[in-house]
Design a binder for this molecule. Sequence first.
Ligand SMILES: Cc1cc2nc3c(=O)[nH]c(=O)nc-3n(C[C@H](O)[C@H](O)[C@H](O)COP(=O)(O)OP(=O)(O)OC[C@H]3O[C@@H](n4cnc5c(N)ncnc54)[C@H](O)[C@@H]3O)c2cc1C
Length: 283
Amino acid sequence: MTPEEFGYVRPSSLAEAVAALAQPGAKLLAGGQSLLPLMRLRFAAPKTLVDLQDVAELRGIEARGEEVRIGAFTSHVDVAAGAPWQALREAAEQTGDRQVRRLGTIGGAVSHADPAGDLPAALLALGARVELVGPEGRRSLAIDEFFVGPLMTAAQENEVLEAVFVPAEGKGSGSAYRKLRQEASGFALVGVAARLRLDGAGRCVAAGIGVTGVGFTPYRARATEELLVGTAVSDVEVEKALGAIVQDIDVASDAYASAEYRAEMCQLFGRQAIAAAKAQARS
Ligand SMILES: Cc1cc2nc3c(=O)[nH]c(=O)nc-3n(C[C@H](O)[C@H](O)[C@H](O)COP(=O)(O)OP(=O)(O)OC[C@H]3O[C@@H](n4cnc5c(N)ncnc54)[C@H](O)[C@@H]3O)c2cc1C
């Protein structure tokens, strides 16, 4: 199918993009890898597309004090090559195929909020935050307050996601992302990102676990994180912590995987992600 007719504008600054988005029926276009298929199916019919490709403020990865800023228009390829944290690079590397990774952007992936999106799981594990800019100014939101439902976020319709901020990697830290792919689409049937910080004695002093493909939104497995902190991350302690990874989650069941299978795979891929994060933290 072809999309309904639409207008097209190409702002060259963030301020111009915010002004263009304020027009009725306007929608932002980043890599188009999620939005254009929806338009072709006529599930989305924006009056005007506001193309972000010329907005320089939205590009690039740079250190900012205790954080690293990743501009919203940074492609999955560039995140895979240049972002901090192994979990984030691995999530970008495992997103879609080569074309999707070259065109798709971190801001588009986060704003699209697919319940099986890869980057959201890594960002949740890292305790990232996002900055949004709208007509009222700029605001910051923790990533775990951002995903509010399937394809739904806490952003207002008139806000542009400017950048994602992740904490800088500290000494004794490690992270990893492990994913069970749905063969045809490549999307995660289950994806688990783990971040650990170990002290000199090998004890876990901080943990982040992000899960995707399992619930109605990507989520942070807080109970598992709490059970890991203070332990030596031994096999027994990891098993106990993983016992809580789908706690309070309505686990998805569909033609590709039953809820029981997903819950089981969540433990398996969680175990792998934690083991890889631990090995890196100790190296
Ligand atoms: C064949 C195929 C396979 C895929 N496989 C995977 C996969 O395995 N894992 C995975 O996670 N994803 C997958 N994707 C989705 C891919 O990651 C997309 O790149 C991503 O979801 C959307 O990014 P985009 O830059 O293309 O955004 P677009 O499609 O341009 O936009 C998506 C949405 O975000 C909004 N938006 C974009 N930028 C901003 C911004 N800066 N501020 C506010 N709103 C914004 C748009 O208005 C739109 O609503 C796949 C896509 C395809 C086509």
